[in-house]
Design a protein around this ligand. Structure first.
Ligand code: HEM
Length: 377
């Protein structure tokens, strides 16, 4: 079948070969009752295990229950296969303490230092209404209806405990997370994910992706930290820039994806190479130079983003961009230094706007009879 295992030492949906579609949701917890929240997390886990196996959200199903009652599945995935659905949960800093610093559910003592809110970056134009959240769930699948069905049913099950703060649909993965996957393209037309962390690079994953024992609170051992950024792309402006300009901004050739000065997509970018005129082949303001581990004290992350088009804005421009998703062992040494370096000098900034931001601690995978958050609560 095309089902991805739901249980295991790590959550699925991180090194799982990136699926084609995304529905990402962030919830606010609206109850003050810890037991009620735990009950919802348990119910979510049971429904997630079923849906990722290609089953209805509930045991009775969409059409076999009592005619007088709302069904325990909404029905739009009847007949559809599992479609490699993965559901990945993460907990935001606001779940631990509210704005006044109050411990909301008796878990504030377990707040990881790595979940420290992201700093404000130069150029940020964040909309709070589509940023943050207490609990996030990333649904990825190869069929958009399957991803939407999963989020819809989790929201239905969580009614009264959580309310949807924001959600985002994505089509077209912008990263490959396994060496067997072809590198896809983002909406600037460039291959994206070439030098990503990949599932097969186990030593690098241990060092840069998974939280090791002793790195903060125990409940996060085997987990990973998730950063999301909704990045609007100013498509029409980009489309009026020349090919040479676009390639200088990225630091790679548009056709092959090869670094400037190299021939093959997977050739290493040579940050020291200079052209005949004595200037850097990969310019000082190029994205791949500024994002490179050598520029950022070795920082690496696993990128897993999606293209989005939310129709057009009132000016006839595409409301489009990249829903950036990155997983890492610690955002303070992963995303933050890289984004600081990009925010300071990336030539690409002229063509992008960061409009939303999220930070979530994703616990390790569910094992045995466990449930989402069982080591935290
Ligand atoms: C590399 C595009 C935002 C981090 C790349 C590459 C492209 C690209 C085309 C080269 C291919 C590859 O190695 O994957 C974009 C676009 C963005 C964006 C269009 C915004 C709309 C970001 C952000 C971050 C980031 C916000 C993190 C703060 C990286 C990293 C690499 C990379 C770490 C690999 C660098 C290396 O090791 O060679 N990006 N990117 N990107 N990007 Fe971005």
């Amino acid at each position: 079948t095309d089902a991805v295992a739901f249980t295991g030492p790590h959550q699925a949906g991180i090194v799982t070969p990136a699926q084609d579609r995304l529905h990402f949701v962030a919830f606010d917890v609206v109850t003050k009752d810890r037991e009620r929240l735990v009950r919802t997390l348990r119910e979510w886990t049971a429904a997630a295990a079923r849906m990722t196996a290609g089953l209805d959200a509930g045991e009775i199903g969409a059409v076999d229950g009592m005619p007088e009652a709302p069904p325990d599945d909404t029905g739009e995935a009847i007949g559809l296969p599992a479609s490699a659905l993965t559901l990945t949960v993460g907990f935001g800093p606001t779940l631990f303490r509210d704005a006044t610093g109050k411990d909301r559910f008796g878990i504030a003592g377990k707040l990881p230092a790595a979940l420290e809110p992201l700093p404000r970056f130069t150029g940020d134009t964040l909309d709070e209404a589509i940023s943050g959240g207490d609990i996030a769930i990333q649904a990825c699948a190869n069929d958009p209806q399957v991803a939407v069905h999963a989020i819809r049913n989790l929201a239905r099950i969580g009614m009264g405990t959580v309310s949807v703060r924001w959600s985002q649909l994505g089509f077209g993965r912008t990263s490959s997370t396994a060496t067997g996957q072809a590198t896809p393209r983002n909406l600037f037309g460039f291959k994206d994910g070439t030098r990503n962390l990949k599932a097969e690079q186990e030593d690098l994953l241990r060092e840069h992706l998974w939280v090791p024992d002793g790195d903060g609170p125990d409940w996060m051992t085997g987990g990973s930290y998730l950063v999301t950024r909704k990045i609007r792309m100013l498509i029409e402006t980009w489309d009026r820039s020349s090919l040479a300009e676009q390639e200088a901004i990225v630091g790679r050739h548009k056709g092959t994806g090869a670094p400037l000065g190299a021939a093959g997509e997977f050739d290493e970018p040579d940050l020291t190479a200079v052209g005949a005129d004595g200037t850097d082949l990969i310019p000082a303001t190029a994205h791949v130079r500024l994002a490179h581990p050598d520029t950022n004290n070795g920082a690496r992350m696993l990128r897993r983003g999606y293209n989005f088009v939310d129709g057009s804005d009132g000016l006839g421009r595409l409301d489009a961009g990249l829903f950036f998703i990155a997983f890492q062992r610690d955002p303070r040494t992963g995303f933050v230094p890289v984004q600081r370096s990009l925010a300071a000098s990336d030539e690409m900034n002229e063509y992008v706007r960061h409009v939303s931001s999220g930070l979530f601690a994703c616990p390790p995978g569910v094992t045995g009879g466990g449930w989402w958050g069982d080591r935290l609560f």
